[in-house]
Design a protein around this ligand. Sequence first.
Ligand code: UDP
Ligand code: MG
Length: 313
Amino acid sequence: MKIGIVIPCYNEEETLVETTTRVMRLLEELSSKEVLDKESFICFVDDGSQDNTWQMIENLKQQYPSIRGIKLSRNFGHQNALIAGLMQCKDHADALISMDADLQDDINVIVQFVEKFKEGYEVVYGVREDRSSDTAIKRNSAQLFYHFQHFMGIEAVRNHADYRLLSHKALNALAAFKEINLFLRGIVPLLGFRSCSVYYTRAERFAGESKYPFRKMVLFALDGITSFSIKPLRFITVVGFMLFMLSLVGIFWVMIEKFVFGNTVQGWASMMVSLYFIGGIQVMSLGIIGEYVGRGLQENKRRPRFIIDREIV
Ligand code: UDP
Ligand code: MG
C-alpha cells in the first residue's frame, strides 16, 4: 500500500532536515520489508513561512525525489495548512498520515497506523499516553480545555491532536466538510467509519520553538467550541431567564417594602452590586453572541481555506 505523510510547516527550517531524514529512513525500511510501496511519500505544506523553509523543501526534493511540497500564499494556520495537504494528496495514496514537523509525535507509530489500516480501520488516532515533555502550562491548559469541551457536549478523542491516519474513503468524506473555522479533531469523529487509537509517548520538540503561542491556542480552543456547540448560547438564555425570575421576586419585595412597610431609602450598595452584576452578564452575553454571529459571517462568505502559490510533485 502507498501512504503519504502530510506535514504542515511554519518556520521550521531547524527541524526539516532531521524530520525528513528520519521519516524517509523509516519509509525506506518499511518498503524494503514490503509493508509499504516504494512510492510512499512525504508532503510538506509551507504555511507562509518567513524563514528558509520553502528553499529547504526544494533542496530536499533534489535529494529525495518522492517528496512533495505545497507552498501556501501566506500563513493560513496549522489546520488550514493540514487540510490543504490532505486535499491535494488524497488521490495519490491509499491513506494519509498527518503529523507535525517537530518530531514530537513518535514516528515509529506509523507502523501501527499501517497495521490498523490493513486490518480495515479507516481512521486511526494517535493518542499521547504521557505528556510529561510538554510544559506545565500547556499540559494544564490542555486538560482544562478537554474538560470544558466535554462539558460543552463536544466529543473529541482525549489526548489526541492531529497525528492520525485517514483512509482514502475517510478523506473523501472529509472533503465534504466545507467549514472555514476548521477544527479537525472535532470533525474527524463525525465522519464515522471504523476507527481505533494507537498510543505513544510525546517527545519534546526536536528543535525550534512552539509555533502555537498562548494567543493562538486560545483562538484555536474558541474555534473548537463555537464551531461545534451552541451550548454557550443556550447557557445565556438560561442565565437570562433565571435573572428575570429573580427580578420578579425582587420587584415584589420592593413593592412590599414601599407600600406595606414604607421604609425605602438606603440600598445604595445593593443597587451598585446588582448594576455591575447585570451589566457584566449583559456584556459577556453580547460577546458570546457576537462570536457566533462572526463565525456565521465568515462561513457565509465561503472564502477559500487556503491558496496555493506553488506545488512540487
Ligand atoms: N504550524 C503551521 N502553521 C501555523 C502554526 C504551526 O503550519 O500557523 C505547524 C508547525 O510548523 C508544526 C505544527 O503546525 O509542524 C504544530 O505546531 P507546533 O509544534 O509549534 O505546536 P505545538 O506542538 O507546540 O502544539
Ligand atoms: Mg509541536
